[in-house]
Design a protein around this ligand. Sequence first.
Ligand SMILES: [Zn+2]
Length: 222
Amino acid sequence: MAFFVRDCVRCGVRRVQHHVVGSNRLDSHNHEVAASCADCDQISIYNWSGPDGSTLPIAFKGSIEYNSTCLDEDAVRIATTAMELSQYIPDRIADLFREANECRQMTWYEAAGAMYRKTLDVATKHIYTHDPRLAEREAAQALRVRIKSLGEMTILEHDIVELADVAALDGNDATHDVDPYTREEAEALEDLTLDLLERLFVRPAKIAAVKAKQIAAGVRPA
Ligand SMILES: [Zn+2]
């Protein structure tokens, strides 16, 4: 049976055998190869090239990679994968982040940058509507002013304010700047935004859950 070994882009298993289930000739040298992962059975597509008159990949007995052939390192990308996020991140905010991440996977970096900025915008507004200490307060329209005032009222710690401000400023670049927003910038903003969501929503919820358990067990006063 014809096969090759690559990391599976469908299930994430590394260095797994893919069984060739079909191939299509694009021109005299180049073929698209469809192959199913030995672990998850899902199919990925790869570009493969071989010498003129070569056997079709599907007809190979054994590995389709040998001296005079070339199989691309990366699969042809035909879709994006939705990212798993913590249950503690509010749904609306998690959805925005996932959409930004999928834009980045699609190499739409400008859209990704603008979506990360929107994630940050909605996350800080969420704090205004859900923190009881801000019940009578009106959130500032401008994102960076809003972040700064959350710091001044000590709702957010200094290092989180700094992180948020860096992310907001960068998101502004993606949204307003005439220069192209690059892949590296989008990746860096994604890391910053995820770190921020972790600090804003996930860590406090985990601490609260452990405290509640300790109170229930009687090792912490209620
Ligand atoms: Zn797989």
